[in-house]
Structures are given as structure tokens and as C-alpha cells.
Design a protein around this ligand. Structure first.
Ligand code: ADP
Length: 923
């Protein structure tokens, strides 16, 4: 009952009750102790008083004896000293009798006794005094009589008996007081002991109750709180009938747990929904990218085709602008896709061996194409200790460096953009490489630096207006570098430039092949930029050649003029120089060596591939071009090219445009635009193309072919059965197992790539299709025997004397009009040779544009007449003329090709004459 009531009390009340008990106990102890001590003090006082009475009585008695003894001694001896003793003792007795009367106080019994004693003492004193007086007056005899009389003895006995009686009383009182005092002492001790014990007991009880009612529940609450922290919300603390604070707290905890559990359930549901939404977003992005990339593919492909048609200057300008806008749009889509892939954790890095130099050479092409100002010098500054072959994701590394260097170019008006590497540690096959892109551009304000890697952030809002861009590039770079195990950092000073850098741990792969050593020669580098000069000199010396430098065309001319004989076998000349520029310097060098046979080979260094260079390129007779920034491999290849006989170069030119010759490719693609682009690109590279416009047709064509196709390009998303299903069905046939099927996909997600591989495809080409990627991917998967066949055919075609003409197709293309064909043939016969001759003349006069126009017309004529070989050969030379730095063809080579074209044209005309003999009378 009491426990029940106690339990019902609040914790506060319980504690207050506990403290009240303790307080009462202490009060009790103090009270009782106080009373006992007071009593003890009184008893002790009485006891002391009594002891004083006893002592006074004893003194009194002693002095009485002294009085008597003094009197007697005086009477006997008559000496005064005894009389003095007598007097002193008598005085003392008087004092003690008074004191005794004082001590005994108002007690009548004692007063009576004291009075009695005083009377007796007075009597005794009189007897003694009388004896002394008699002794003094009547002599010793009379005194002795008095002294020996009974009165003196009698008085003394009475005094003694009175005093003894008093003493008896005092002694009995003394012992009773002592007993009382002892009892009181014991009682006090007990009271204090018991009080302390009960206080401690109550305190212990309070402690026990606190532990039971507070500490234990608190511990339980702490466990529940920990559970909640670790995400377990399903807790219920049962506190049966407690209504106190702990009970309330338990109820609150239970309510909180229940509410958290409910929120967790809601959150889980929300997470599932968010994941689903994110997945849907990723899918939407992938689909959108497909949807956007498909028309983009068409646009870019058609632009490529458009480039090959005759256009006015304005049209050419518009086409160029459309192309660059389309490419910008494509890069934006790619960026958004990359970000969404990173967000979805979809972005997986590849780990493959790659030649660092080749990757950097690719990057150099891209960077120099990006460069729009002649005032920026692009420089590669690679650590000589850089391993040649590394393991990693070269594509992503290139993407990061391209973005950083692209930004550096974008935000630099004058000065340098240096891409550098530094080997900062090597341990066996592992190497730590620091990559850095340093520019002398606008720099970034300190307050913008902390946010520079956040998505959609640009250093200042005006940036997007001035330079465009989405603010995604650095975010992607940072994420990619994080994935690769590095950390992208930046230091920048406003107005002075920026340095973006990161260190990557990479693996070193064994070197596959070593480049042959170059024949010994002395090289002169002519460049106004000191950094480039220095780097080139180091690179040239590292391949074992001697190298000198000149900082201008003028200085180079002086050096060459001063030498008795030509000491240089190779000149590297920068295109952009302040006083005498590259082309002018070359013209003057050639003049210098006009009558000599030891003219050095020439390599032109170009910083950007822009219109100005292209228009002058034909007029410059160079053995090779090198576009900046330059890698050691690029330099090596250019030196080999510039110093080798030109026959080899001509052969290689032929190879680049005939790379797919002999291959029969089936393209399964539903989109008409894409069909046209794929056919054109493949046929331009010599492949034979069969089209299928959906999955079912693709499957039927693949299975129906007598000789299986060499390669099948399969679109992924098609109406009816899609690419995956079509491939799966094709692969079920044994004879189709070895045919390489390559996916054409606009879906860049790795899951799509995995799906392609899982169903038996060997690779994928992403849309919009890039010519180089298309050709190199097909080449990679064409079997050795197909390649041999292709090479043999190459040789056959290039040395063939019977050009291929398909008149039937041409007549059909003209709407079946044979008459029209014959009329056109007559024009062709009269015009084609003239066009070719005009082309040669224009070329010799350095009129590149006119030369291109003549070639273009010739190609159009050949195509109309169905003269396939002629058309292809003309197209090849035309391409070489259009992109001198890409295919690296010199004017000398083009002239060689002219002879080849002339022979081909004459044979074509002869053949046509046989097929369509001129009417009699017209010959
Ligand atoms: P964007 O596509 O806009 O260039 P980035 O993420 O690549 O996106 O760059 C974000 C911003 O960082 C740029 O808009 C620019 O303001 C700043 N930035 C990046 N690199 C440089 C640099 N080398 N010099 C100056 N500012 C830079």
C-alpha cells in the first residue's frame, strides 16, 4: 500500500521526501544531543560544586588542626611563630567557613549544619584564645589547665562529627552525580550514533530509490537513444503504472520512436520514389540524348556531305557556323550526360594500356583546333621521366585535360598555356604523375575560387555572356579525377593566370616497341616563343640530334648565311613570328638554297588550324607540318616524314582513304538521314555497303548473304525488333558466330554497352558517328584474312589500269535517259581534261581555291558519268588539299597525284569511247 503510494509520487516529490527525512533525522540528532549535553553540563557543574564543598570541608578540618597545633606549640614554647600559625589558620578557617556557607547556598539543612559548625568553631576559638590569653597573663599552668579541659576536646569532636556528617552527605551526592554523569554521557553517545546511523540509512534508501527509479530508466533511455541514432526506431519502453516524470518521459520516448519509425517508413518510401525518379531521369536523359543525338548525327553527317558540294562563300560560311553550333550542342549534351552518369554512379572507368604520347598528340590536334588567337602559345612540358605506356582510362584523362586546357585557352588573351607533367614518385610499376595546366589568362577572383568546382558555377556571371559554357566542365573534371584517385586543385591570381593541377596514381605498362633511332643531323629551331624553343631543343636533343635555336626569321637567316656550307639538315620554323613570319622566312630560305643541293628539310610549326593558314598553306613548300603543342612522338614522326623519300608518303596517303576497301558492310539503321551518312562515310573509305532499314530486314539480309558480311553495323533502337533482339537472333545461326556486329548507339550509358556485349556484339560506335571512330573500330574487328584481302585489293586498285565505270547506274540516276547521258558524255570528253589542266595550272600558281574548284567540278562530272575510280581518286586528292595539316600532304605530292589523275582520266575517256563510240562524222 505504502509502496504503491510511494510509486505514485513524482520523482521530485520522492527526492524532496528523502531530503526531508534526512533533515528531520539531523534535527533530531541535534536536538537530543543538545539536551543531553545541557544535562551533562548541569550534572558536571553540580559534581564540581560538590567536589568543592568536599575540598573546603577538608581544608577547614586541616586548618582547625593547624590552629590547635599552633596554639599548643605557642603555649608550650611561647614562640611567636606558633602564634602566627595559629592566627593564619584561624583566619583561613573563617574564610573557609564562609566559603562553605556560600557553597551550600540556600539549602536550610546545610545552613543549619554550617551555622552549627560555625558556632562550634567560634567556641573552639574562644577556648583556644582564652588559653593563650591566660598563658600570656597567668602563665603556662593556667593555660595548660584550660588546654587540658574537656571543653576544648569536646568542641573539636563536635566540629569533626559535624564536618564528617557533611562530608558523608557530599560524598554520597558526589557518587550519585558521577553515576548520573556517566549515564548522560552514554545516552548522548547513543543518540548521536543512532541519529547518524538512521541518517545514513535514509540516505542509502534515497540512493537505492534514485538508482531504481531514475538511473535505471535513464540507462534504458540511453539505449533507446542509441538505437534511434543507429536507425532502429522500433523501441517500446513499458513502465507499468508510473505516472511520474520517468513515466512521462517513457511515454514521450515511445511516442517519439513511433513517430520516427513512421517518418522512416515515409522516408524509405520517399527514397524508393526518389531512386525511381532518378532512374527515370537517367533513362529520360539517355532517351533524350538518343533523340537529340539522332538528328544531330544527321545534321553533322549532312554537313559533312554538304562540304563536298559546290557552295558559295556565304553558304560555306553558314555551313561552318552550323557545324560549330552543332558540335557545341553535342558537347553540351555529352556534358549533361556525363554529369547524370556520375550522379547515377554509372560512370565506370576503363583500365587499358595507352601510349601517353599518342594520347597527347590527339589532344594537341583538338587543342590547336580550339585555338582562335595567334597570341597564345600552346606548350607541352612533359617530364623526361614520363613512362611511354601507362594503364588507365586515356579517354577520360584526355577529356579532363582537354577541358582544363580548353578553359585556359578560352580565358587567356595573350601569353602561354602550358600543359605539364611531372613524375613525383615511382615505386615498381606504380607511378605518381602530377598533371598541370597553367595559363597567363584572366585568373579567378579569390571569392570565386571555393565554388569553382560546383556544378553550373562560373567565376562571374559575365563569363557566360562573353565565353558561353555551361559551368559543368570543371565539375565533371573534378569527379573524373576523384574516380581516378586524384584531387583537382587550383591556384589562381586575378589578372595573372591560373594553374589547375592534380596527381594521379597510374600503372606503368611494358613498352611495346621502340622507335628506330634517327640518322644524325643538326636541327635549327626558329621560334619567337622562348618556352617552345627551349622545350623543342630538349626534345630534339633527347632523340640524339644536335639542335640550335633562333628567336626570329631574321636571326635564322643570318645563321644560315654565315655558315660556309649548310650545317643544318632540318629547319623547324614557327608560322607566327613578329617580324618575318614563317612562310616569308621559308621563301627567303629557299631563295638562299636555290642553286644548292643541300637544302635542309622544312617543318612548319603551326599554332592553329584556321582559314588564314589553310589559304596560304599551298603556297608554302614544306616537307611536314607540326601543330602545336608538340609531343616527342609528333616531333619524331614529323622528322621522319620530312627527311624520308616522298614515295613512302604518297603510299601512306593512298592508304588513309582506302582503309575499308574490300569490306562488305551491312548497315541496319531505320533513320534515313543516318543511312545516308553511314553509306557515304563507309563508301568514301572504300567499303561496299548494304542497307537494311529495320531489325527484321537486317536479320534477313545477314542470313541470306551467300558470303557473310565482313562487318554488321547495328542500330540499337528501331521499330519492330531492336538491335539487341536482331543481334540475338542472328547469333543463333552457327555461320553468323564469327561476323563482327558493332552497335551504333546514341545511348552512352555503360549499362547499354554491357547489354550490347552480353548479346554478342563486339563493340559500339556512339552517334553522331565520327569518321575516324567508325573506320578504326571497323578495322579493329575486321579479321586478319579480310585485311589481307583488302590490302591486296588496294594494291590492285592503285596499280590498276582499268578504272571502274558503272554507266548503267549513271543512266538510271539520270532518270534512265541514255540520250542525256551521251550528251553529257560529250561535254565530259571536252571539259574533263581542261578542268584537270586548269587544276594543275592553278596549283602551280599557288591559287589553292581555284585548284580546289577545278577538282570539285571534275569530281562532279566523274560521278555523273559513273566513273567510280576516277571520282574516288579525285576525291582523295581533293580531301588532301582541303586538310593539308591533317593528312600532311605537300604540294609536291599533290603534283605527283596529278599525274596519276591524268592517267586515270585518259583511261576512263578511252573506255567510255569504247562503250559509247562517237557517231560517224563527229570524230
Ligand atoms: P564552362 O563550360 O562555363 O567553361 P567550367 O566548369 O569548365 O565551365 O568552368 C567554370 C568557370 O570557371 C568558367 O566559367 C570560368 O569562369 C572559370 N574558369 C575555369 N577555368 C579558368 C581559367 N583557366 N581561367 C579563368 N577562369 C577559369
Amino acid at each position: 500500500m505504502v509502496t504503491k503510494m510511494f510509486n505514485k509520487l513524482s520523482v521530485r516529490k520522492k527526492i524532496a521526501l528523502g531530503y526531508a527525512c534526512v533533515f528531520l533525522c539531523i534535527l533530531l540528532i541535534i536536538g537530543t544531543s543538545y539536551l543531553s549535553i545541557r544535562q551533562l553540563r548541569q550534572v558536571t557543574k553540580k559534581y564540581e560544586h560538590n567536589r568543592l564543598i568536599l575540598a573546603t570541608q577538608a581544608d577547614l578540618m586541616a586548618h582547625l588542626k593547624l590552629v590547635e597545633a599552633g596554639q599548643r606549640a605557642f603555649l608550650i614554647t611561647g614562640k611567636n611563630e606558633y602564634l602566627n600559625q595559629y592566627n593564619d589558620s584561624r583566619n583561613a578557617i573563617k574564610q573557609e567557613a564562609l566559603a562553605l556557607a556560600d557553597l551550600t547556598g540556600v539549602d536550610p539543612y546545610h545552613q543549619k549544619m554550617i551555622n552549627n559548625i560555625q558556632q562550634l568553631i567560634i567556641g573552639k576559638f574562644e577556648v583556644l584564645a582564652e588559653a593563650i590569653r591566660d598563658s600570656l597573663t597567668r602563665g603556662n599552668k593556667a593555660a595548660n589547665t584550660i588546654m587540658n579541659s574537656d571543653l576544648g576536646w569536646h568542641l573539636m569532636d563536635e566540629i569533626r562529627s559535624e564536618l564528617e556528617h557533611m562530608e558523608l552527605i557530599a560524598v554520597s551526592m558526589h557518587s550519585s552525580l558521577a553515576e548520573k554523569k556517566e549515564r548522560l554521557l552514554i545516552k548522548t553517545e547513543f543518540t548521536i550514533g543512532a541519529g547518524i546511523f538512521s541518517t545514513f540509512s535514509i540516505l542509502a534508501l534515497i540512493g537505492y530509490i534514485s538508482v531504481r527509479d531514475i538511473a535505471k530508466p535513464l540507462k534504458k533511455f540511453s539505449i533507446i537513444a542509441n538505437n534511434i541514432c543507429s536507425g532502429h526506431y522500433d523501441n517500446n519502453y513499458v513502465v507499468s503504472d508510473r505516472t511520474d516524470e520517468i513515466g512521462q518521459l517513457a511515454n514521450s520516448f515511445n511516442a517519439m520512436s513511433a513517430s520516427l519509425e513512421a517518418s522512416r517508413l515515409k522516408r524509405d518510401e520517399a527514397v524508393i520514389q526518389a531512386e525511381a525518379a532518378n532512374h527515370a531521369k537517367s533513362e529520360f536523359l539517355a532517351n533524350m540524348s538518343h533523340e537529340i543525338r539522332t538528328p544531330m548525327n544527321g545534321i553533322l553527317g549532312l554537313l559533312k556531305l554538304l562540304e563536298h558540294t559546290e557552295m558559295t562563300r556565304d553558304q560555306l560560311d553558314y555551313t561552318g557556323k552550323i557545324e560549330s553550333a552543332s558540335r557545341l550542342l553535342l558537347s553540351l549534351i555529352n556534358n549533361i550526360l556525363d554529369v547524370s552518369k556520375i550522379e547515377a554512379g554509372e560512370l565506370a572507368l576503363e583500365s587499358q594500356d595507352f601510349e601517353f604520347d599518342l594520347v597527347m598528340a590527339d589532344l594537341s590536334d583538338l587543342l590547336s583546333a580550339n585555338l582562335s588567337s595567334a597570341d597564345i602559345e600552346l606548350v607541352y612540358d612533359f617530364d623526361p621521366k614520363m613512362p611511354a605506356v601507362l594503364v588507365g582510362d586515356s579517354m577520360r584523362l584526355k577529356q579532363v585535360l582537354l577541358n582544363l586546357a580548353g578553359n585556359a585557352i578560352k580565358f587567356t588573351k595573350h601569353g602561354e598555356v602550358v600543359l605539364s607533367t611531372r613524375v613525383i614518385g615511382q615505386d615498381g610499376q606504380s607511378v605518381q604523375i602530377e598533371f598541370a595546366v597553367t595559363d597567363t589568362g584572366s585568373g579567378i577572383a579569390p571569392d570565386q575560387l571555393p565554388h569553382i568546382f560546383s556544378s553550373f558555377r562560373q567565376a562571374e556571371s559575365s563569363t557566360s555572356r562573353c565565353f558561353g559554357g555551361s559551368g559543368l566542365g570543371l565539375t565533371i573534371c573534378k569527379e573524373l579525377i576523384d574516380l581516378m584517385g586524384g584531387r583537382l586543385q587550383v591556384v589562381s591570381e586575378l589578372g595573372k593566370g591560373s594553374r589547375f593541377f592534380f596527381t594521379l596514381p597510374l600503372q606503368v605498362a611494358p613498352i611495346i616497341e621502340r622507335k628506330a633511332t634517327l640518322p644524325s643531323m643538326r636541327v635549327l629551331v626558329v621560334d619567337d616563343n622562348a618556352t617552345t624553343r627551349g622545350k623543342l631543343q630538349v626534345m630534339i636533343r633527347s632523340v640524339g640530334l644536335e639542335c640550335d635555336c633562333a628567336s626570329s626569321g631574321k636571326q635564322a637567316l643570318q645563321i644560315l648565311q654565315q655558315a660556309d656550307s649548310n650545317v643544318y639538315q632540318l629547319l623547324l620554323i614557327d608560322y607566327h613570328m613578329p617580324d618575318i613570319d614563317g612562310p616569308e622566312a621559308i621563301r627567303q630560305f629557299q631563295h638562299l638554297f636555290i642553286d644548292r643541293h643541300d637544302a635542309p628539310a622544312l617543318i612548319m610549326l603551326i599554332a592553329q588550324q584556321n582559314g588564314e593558314f589553310e589559304s596560304r598553306a599551298d603556297a608554302i613548300e614544306c616537307d611536314a607540318y607540326l601543330s602545336k603543342p608538340i609531343t616527342a612522338g609528333m616531333l619524331y614522326d614529323a622528322i621522319v616524314k620530312a627527311t624520308s623519300p616522298s614515295v613512302t608518303q604518297s603510299h601512306s596517303l593512298l592508304k588513309t582513304t582506302e582503309r575499308l576497301r574490300g569490306l562488305h558492310v551491312l548497315v541496319v539503321e531505320d533513320n534515313l538521314l543516318n543511312q545516308k551518312v553511314a553509306r557515304e562515310l563507309l563508301e568514301k573509305n572504300g567499303a561496299r555497303v548494304t542497307m537494311a532499314s529495320n531489325g527484321v530486314e537486317g536479320k534477313m539480309r545477314a542470313l541470306a548473304a551467300d558470303v557473310p558480311f565482313d562487318v554488321i553495323l547495328m542500330d540499337m533502337q528501331m521499330p519492330g525488333i531492336d538491335g539487341i533482339e536482331a543481334t540475338r537472333q542472328i547469333r543463333t545461326h552457327a555461320r553468323m558466330h564469327s561476323v563482327p556486329i558493332i552497335a551504333l548507339t546514341a545511348n552512352a550509358m555503360s549499362s547499354d554497352h554491357e547489354a550490347c556485349i552480353a548479346v554478342g556484339m563486339v563493340d559500339h560506335i556512339s552517334k553522331p558517328v565520327e569518321l575516324e571512330e567508325l573506320v578504326s573500330t571497323i578495322e579493329r574487328h575486321a579479321t586478319a584474312c579480310q585485311l589481307i584481302a583488302k590490302d591486296t585489293e588496294n594494291v590492285h586498285v592503285s596499280s590498276s589500269t582499268t578504272p571502274e565505270i558503272n554507266t548503267e547506274q549513271a543512266i538510271n540516276a539520270l532518270g534512265g535517259g541514255r540520250g542525256l547521258y551521251v550528251t553529257l558524255l560529250q561535254i565530259f570528253q571536252s571539259d574533263s581534261l581542261a578542268q584537270l589542266k586548269d587544276f594543275k595550272l592553278a596549283l602551280l600558281n599557288g591559287e589553292n581555291k581555284a585548284a580546289k574548284l577545278h577538282l570539285h567540278s571534275l569530281k562532279g562530272m566523274a560521278a555523273t558519268m559513273g566513273a567510280i575510280t576516277l571520282e574516288q581518286n579525285v576525291a582523295e586528292v581533293e580531301t588532301a588539299l582541303k586538310h593539308p595539316s591533317n593528312t600532311a600532304v605537300t604540294r609536291k605530292e599533290v603534283l605527283q597525284r596529278y599525274s596519276f589523275l591524268e592517267a586515270c582520266l585518259i583511261q576512263t575517256l578511252e573506255q567510255l569511247e569504247i562503250l559509247f563510240p562517237p557517231p560517224v562524222g563527229l570524230s
